[in-house]
Design a protein around this ligand. Structure first.
Ligand code: AMP
Ligand code: GLY
Length: 449
């Protein structure tokens, strides 16, 4: 008999999760979405399940719907859904869940909690930081770091609340003003963190976790800035790549292992000190600097688009991994395998994104061209109307290329992007030799300083 899975969420990340779940023919998929995702809808239909539209941040109606459908295992996916306590409500109603509870996802929605845990557990990779609820000592602390700081609202801001001197902030004076604004305007809720500014190359390491054991996935590098050459405003992520052998061209196996150890320690300290078992996907955002690896943040979920990269390589059925996690405590006995290939994901976003996307406009996907490109398409924020597909205000489509090398994967992703017509654009530089060489040179230059 097929197992009934519930997926909560409707982005390209969730479309990739849905596709990975449905690769197992014994999965019957149900989805609860805040907007229609045509890709997820089609997978629900073809697997014998169904999709519902509603508020994905309202735990009770989701749990009621899930009970009616006879759901056995649920995966609430986006950060705000976890912070709203959707996992907790499903568990309370007797449904098994492969994602963290509200208390466990606190490592994402409360940046001060994560830093305090790292201090308590003497976990390496913690930058110098200060946590403030009142503006009194802000200026002195920023000065003590020579004005070279990152200013971070403590709570969730959709990934757009952090500002760093030299990027979004001109100087120490602007950092002080922004930190004060975070407090007075209540941006992200509960206070502000000031951190020493780190310089290096960022990468993402995701891991499956059952509360005790962690299984790492291939490392990925995302591209947050909107424009070519890492310029322009921050976005939810314009695309990401992963290299053969689960590493990145600037990242050694030893550095990957070091990052993984940090994540294992975070799970352990959560269990030991806070009595919280983290089950689900743990996402570590790291910065490789001349002084080694630093942990920038932990998320309690898959990355978007990083999920699209790693799930393309997953060889073990995702349904089995979720099943094991939702049972608690047996992941250590499981062999989870990923192919050794490279991936490149490029997001097609509406013209004007992120500041002001063009009004909803038709998007035409040339199915024949897409097929011959050998790229895969995942729906993100689109409006599927009776007369076709339209853009919405956010990232529209994620295009994935897989290959033996990053270059081969990049070529496929580019060919896939050219199969889509409409007022959308993407970063052609993601995954290219030029940009990767720039990353390697950046690390070399920092080391030489
Ligand atoms: P976060 O929301 O914590 O992931 O931060 C968003 C982005 O801000 C990160 O991906 C980094 O690019 C940047 N950032 C965060 N913390 C620091 C830091 N301590 N030094 C430099 N950049 C940072
Ligand atoms: N791609 C960044 C994130 O999902 O947080």
């Amino acid at each position: 008999m097929a197992t009934k899975f519930l997926l909560v969420g409707n982005g390209a990340r969730e479309h990739a999760i849905a596709a990975a779940l449905c690769a197992n023919k014994n999965v019957c998929l149900y989805a609860y979405m805040s907007a229609r995702n045509p890709g997820i809808e089609a997978l629900c239909r073809s697997s014998g399940g169904s999709a519902a539209l509603g508020n994905i941040h309202a735990p009770a109606p989701i749990a009621e719907w899930a009970l009616k459908q006879g759901i056995e295992i649920a995966f609430p996916s986006p950060d705000a859904v976890l912070a709203a306590g959707v996992s907790d409500e499903l568990i309370k109603r007797g449904i098994r869940v492969a994602a963290p509870t509200k208390a466990a996802s606190r490592i994402e929605w409360d940046k001060a909690f994560l830093r305090q845990l790292m201090e308590q557990g003497r976990i390496p990779g913690c930058p110098k930081y200060g946590f403030f609820k009142q503006p009194g000592e802000l200026d002195g602390f920023i000065d003590s770091l020579g004005g070279q700081v990152a200013v971070k609202p403590v709570g969730l801001t959709g990934g757009k609340g952090v500002a760093v001197v030299g990027y979004q902030l001109k100087d120490a004076a602007e950092a002080k003003a922004y930190a004060r604004a975070v407090l007075t305007q209540g941006i992200g809720g509960a206070g502000v963190i000031i951190e020493e500014k780190l310089e290096g190359e960022e990468f993402t390491l995701q891991a499956f976790c059952d509360g005790r054991a962690l299984i790492p996935m291939p490392a990925v590098q995302d591209h947050k800035r909107a424009n070519v050459g890492d310029t322009g405003p921050n976005t939810g992520g314009m695309g990401a790549y992963s290299g053969p052998g689960h590493l990145l061209p600037f990242l050694t196996q030893a550095q990957y292992d070091e990052a993984f150890k940090v994540m294992q320690k975070v799970a352990r300290i959560l269990d030991l000190e806070a009595n919280i078992r983290f089950s689900g996907v743990m996402y570590g955002q790291f910065m490789l600097t001349a002084k080694g690896i630093y942990l920038i943040e932990i998320n309690a979920r898959f990355g978007d688009p990083e999920a699209v990269n790693v799930l393309a390589l997953l060889q073990t059925p995702l349904s089995s991994v979720f099943e094991t996690i939702s049972h608690g405590g047996r992941l250590s006995k499981m062999k989870v395998k990923f192919k050794s290939e490279a991936t490149v994901v490029k997001y097609l976003v509406p013209t004007g994104y992120p500041a002001k996307a063009v009004p909803p406009s038709p998007l035409i996907v040339d199915a024949k061209k897409l097929k011959s490109s050998k790229a895969e398409l995942f729906y993100a924020s689109v409006d599927a109307r009776a007369d076709g597909l339209y853009t919405a205000s956010s990232r529209a489509l994620a295009i994935l290329g897989v290959g033996k090398t990053i270059a081969e994967a990049e070529k496929k992703a580019e060919a896939g992007c050219s199969a889509v017509a409409g007022p959308v654009w993407h970063r052609p530089d993601i995954g290219t030799k030029e940009l990767i060489e720039k990353r390697i040179a950046h690390i070399k230059q920092l080391r030489g300083k």
